[in-house]
Ligand binder design. Sequence first.
Ligand code: ZN
Length: 608
Amino acid sequence: MAGHIPEETVDEIRKSVDIADVVGEYVKLKRQGRNYFGLCPFHGENTPSFSVSSDKQIFHCFGCGKGGNVYTFLMEIEGYNFLQAVHKTAERTGHSLPEQFNEEPTKQQDPESQSILEAHEWLTKLYNHLLRHSKEGKQALQYLLDRGFTEETIYKHQLGFSPTSQEFVVTFLEKKGFHPQTMVKAGLLNVNNQGEYFDRFRGRIIFPLRNHLGKTVAFAGRSLGEQEPKYLNSPETDLFQKGKLLFNFYLARSAIRKTKTLLLFEGYADVFSAEQAGVENGVATMGTSVSEVQAQLIKRYADQVIICYDGDEAGTNAAVKAAKILKRTGCQTNVARLPEGMDPDDYIKKFGGDRFKKEIIEASDPYTSFIINYLRRNYNLQLEGDRIAYIEKVLQEVAQLDRAIEREHYLNELATNFQISVETLKDEVENLRKRVTSKDGQGTKNNSRQNRSFESHSVHQKLLPAFHNAERKLIAIMLKNQVIADKVQEELGGAFNISEHQVIVTHLYAYYEDGHQPDVSQFVERIEDQSLKNLVIQLTMSPSAEEEITDQELADYIHRIRIESMDRTDIKSLEAEQKRAEQHDDPIKAAEIAMEILRRKKELKNTH
Ligand SMILES: [Zn+2]
């Protein structure tokens, strides 16, 4: 799986970085003893269950179970393949890889993903060509021009058109050597009951959706006529996940880097209009709210993000949600206010780009002002009770601000608006802040979180049968102790009962036989299957992996595993005997054996 880079080089590069530094660029980590904890970037959560071990050079999430070494992390969060992950790590440590590995890294992707990416690339070009130069595409082209799209935009974004003909695209893909079944899986073709293939997007204007590396991974199609549905997207695949992709991120990247600011829109149309008005740092979510993964991606490129959603109730509520997630990543977050009922596209078309920049973007509200305004809608400020409840809510927001000068600004405003002494408000805010820090400080809160993760982990363990736990504990110890691994290999070999465990120990024996020292971060490199990788990491991170084991315990574990395995073998041979009896037309004997199997299975259950 290391492509053709020698294993030693892969290891050397891996060892020359600290995984905590790499992860730390994506996740805010807090040190707790020998490990770091933070909010998992791979699943939404409010309490940290994501941990990084500097000793072991691995990460692990107790929440979603993801884990691995620094390469696994980069592959997961950036969508890199293995070679790209090694490259990126090498860049950071100043290692130069031998010439022959510097080729286009995507070449190393698995053949199916590679083929799907290539098909998207070909179709992007084909659709774009058909839109701009074919007779069939004329109407679509005119439609786009009428809607204000410039030729430049059409070219830059490679907008396209898919002809109404059933076979056109099918034949095209076939000629290029793509397998139709793979293309169905990729969401490019559909297949009907007669087994005929046809283009999923036929008769539609095509918007290619690129990932942040610039590769087209999906299409969005808009029908021209009466065809339903009006908007049709590619289905989610391994390569295309709505929650991870930001529309136009790749093309907007350099503008985002330059300005350190990113504009977040709700729809593609807004991105196009803004771009044509000279605002090139705009991206859009794919009809979903901002995810943690997207927020982390944004944070890496931008210091400031301006949320620019539709000026209606739904848009405002969505903006609140997005603002909270983005604020958590540490991005300076502003929210633009659009006139009621208008979206950014409408606004730019009506008032032009300059006014959009001045009156919407530059006049956007900082997060706290926006939230203070937003909270207002829930209260009738004519009523004293509501007024107090509202002020309390606002104070809670203000208390979260890190800078004293900012807090003062809002408190002064509040004091003026509600004729309250600013001193009283300050006292309140200080009280709130103390409460927050005493809860948060000293690591007490995090400790209990950490314990909770371990607790739920051990509750899970208690529910497993004894032999299963014996296997897990044994593997955890074998991963860090070669002497014990050798002993287990001698006594048990691969005779573990859980098939995942069999695979892991087989790899582990081979790993030690190759002369390697215990190093789980290196070892997981040998395991291709991500869920097995996760399991290895999970076992390594479990508290029992830290315990020492006595000879007696070791013997007990081995005994337990062996008994289970023998029982299973017995049942298997009985089952074979039963089958033979059936084949020889001896139903009475078959039934007797069946009874015996049942009895033994029941016994097996009772012993756990
Ligand atoms: Zn997670």
